[in-house]
Ligand binder design. Sequence first.
Ligand code: ADP
Length: 165
Amino acid sequence: MSVAIHTIAFYPGSFDPLTNGHLNIIQRALRVFDQVVVAMAQNVNKRAMFTLEERQALVRECFADEPRVSVVIFDGLMVDAARLHGATAVLRGLRGVADFETEFQMATMNNVLAPALETVFMMTEKSHFFVSSHLVREVASLGGDISPLVPEPVNRALRLRMARK
Ligand code: ADP
């Protein structure tokens, strides 16, 4: 007897903007899960460089040929949103010990809130371990070339944003 199981990874973050680090985690997760839901929290971050809609559009553009990736915006508890989207697991990336501490705390809290929802961690690939949205924003705003660190649509959007400043 065969059983059809559809696995969904819920990948929450700010993605301000999407970097090659995020991209790599999503691509690798697609080998393990049937679907990846990239999820952006609505909670207002006044210092965000791109609006939620802009960030969402950039992720969509980067995965235009991949129907197994979708993008959603959520508010409230992440675990509630993950359940709402039928998530099999919450997906997070780990860059190093600094990430581990906070990720461990968050995963434990989420496990208390939703014991049936597993958090799955993927280790960053070595070429992306130093890449963060925060650093990308900072370097871009100082005029540095961030093209090796972000997908082309994001690079274009960042250059446009800097040119308008
Ligand atoms: P950042 O921490 O860069 O601002 P997010 O808050 O959007 O990014 O992060 C969402 C998730 O993606 C987190 O689990 C974070 O650890 C992971 N992540 C971010 N950058 C990388 C990277 N370069 N390699 C692996 N995982 C990453």
